[in-house]
Design a protein around this ligand. Structure first.
Ligand code: NAG
Ligand code: NAG
Ligand code: NAG
Ligand code: NAG
Ligand code: NAG
Length: 366
């Protein structure tokens, strides 16, 4: 009873604080609202609601969630979006837009707690991932969904408070890997060319970030692409070794993203960003796993075939599952473990300039 009462008290108190903050703009220090975009590194259940092959709502996904419930996260437990949200003071990521939309009743209250739009298999380009995974929510569509939410926030708070609310929110984005995988796997791109492809990516990324700015976003926390040439889905066919051309694409992507962000911040007033170099972070883990408490960086914990990299972590396909998840960098053929995501999030939040610049994510929060 006492426990119930204190939980209830806490609940009403936190609602009261939120209301006080929103209604009277009392300067109570609260965690920033998070709006989250991108691919499977950030997806917390979006793909459960669409017709796609990129799904993680079946075992062994979620094996370390309470009751081992698979939620749609491409992880054994929390994913990178959750771990960054934790650094900001939440328990995990806000809910997926498609889930909130389905349960209209709580929609209005929920969107003020943040929304996650990320969709596994998606990329910056509209067509990315569609051949391999069928339907995905591409970045442009995620931004359109945010535009709707923005309208709803205005309905709830009125125009000026809504603008202030959105300007204080942090916009987290992790995308690009699937665009690079698609580029690398398409023979006709040998003719299309690297430079043209990256110009296209930059143009599209620029315009989506600009659209978010027009909708009132001011604080951006962006993740670049990890060394995708080192994930088990790639290395199993290369004797367990990283594939350099893919890693080189990830390095170029970082520089391309940096250029986009520099341009936006020079053109747009109050545009504030932090760019996490996930390539550098993951390389540090690969070079010295024991420093970070890991001891297995080649094999995925869960999957099929060599290095568990030949197929997804699906119990129905007789995937093998390791017991020492926290020792592994990779959970499945493409994705990090909950533990590796936690390490990355800590560096993203408070790390130095070699990993996150021109400031770290904690410095976006003021
Ligand atoms: C949110 O906005 C959309 C489109 O602007 C509208 O159709 C919907 O009814 C709104 N939802 C709520 C709960 O206000
Ligand atoms: C390869 O790229 C070309 C040009 O970008 C595109 O038209 C085609 O659909 C792609 N093919 C595959 C298999 O993705
Ligand atoms: C990794 O460390 C764990 C103990 O934390 C141990 O059980 C396991 O055998 C080690 N694996 C390797 C490959 O060294
Ligand atoms: C999984 O293993 C069981 C038992 O060994 C076998 O009957 C079944 O055919 C296997 N399923 C697949 C998809 O390989
Ligand atoms: C990262 O953020 C923390 C907390 O705001 C700050 O104290 C620290 O100086 C930053 N780290 C670097 C190396 O910039």
């Amino acid at each position: 009873m006492a426990k119930f009462a204190s939980i209830f008290f806490f609940f009403t108190l936190s609602l009261a604080m939120r209301d006080m903050y929103v209604a009277n703009e009392v300067k109570v220090k609260v965690v920033p609202t998070l709006f989250i975009f991108g691919d499977s590194t950030f997806d917390v259940g979006t793909n459960n609601f669409i017709n796609t092959l990129a799904k993680a709502n079946v075992p062994f996904y979620g094996v370390d969630f309470p009751y081992s419930i698979p939620t749609g996260r491409f992880s054994n437990g929390l994913n990178t979006a959750d771990q960054i949200a934790k650094q900001f003071g939440y328990q995990k990521s806000p809910l997926p837009f498609l889930a909130l939309e389905k349960f209209q009743n709580g929609f209005k209250k929920s969107i003020l707690n943040g929304v996650n739009f990320a969709s596994g298999g998606s990329g910056i380009l509209r067509q990315t991932g569609q051949k391999q995974w069928q339907e995905v929510v591409f970045l442009e569509k995620q931004v359109e969904q945010f535009a709707q939410v923005r309208g709803n926030i205005t309905q709830i708070l009125g125009p000026s408070k809504a603008a202030k609310f959105v300007s204080k929110a942090v916009f987290l984005i992790s995308t690009g890997s699937n665009d690079l995988f698609d580029f690398a796997s398409n023979d006709s791109n040998i003719h299309f060319g690297l430079e043209e492809y990256f110009s296209l990516l930059q143009l599209n990324y620029f315009s989506q970030l600009r659209n978010l700015y027009e909708l009132g976003a001011r604080k951006f926390g962006i993740l670049s692409v990890a060394p995708i040439g080192c994930c088990p889905a790639v290395t199993f066919a290369n004797g367990g070794n990283c594939v350099k051309p893919l890693n080189d694409l990830a390095i170029v992507f970082y520089k391309a993203t940096q250029a986009v962000l520099q341009k936006l911040s020079s053109e747009l007033e109050d545009f504030e960003y932090s760019l996490a170099n996930t390539f550098a972070m993951t390389s540090a883990l690969l070079n010295s796993p024991s420093t970070f408490g890991l001891n297995e960086t080649k094999s995925a914990c869960c999957g099929i075939g060599k290095f568990n990299g030949e197929g997804p972590c699906l119990k129905a396909l007789n995937a093998s599952l390791c017991s020492n998840r926290d020792d592994h960098l990779f959970w499945d053929w493409f994705h990090p473990t909950e533990k590796a995501s936690e390490l990355a999030a800590a560096t993203i939040f408070t790390g130095g300039k070699e990993f996150v610049s021109p400031k770290n994510f904690s410095q976006l929060n003021c």
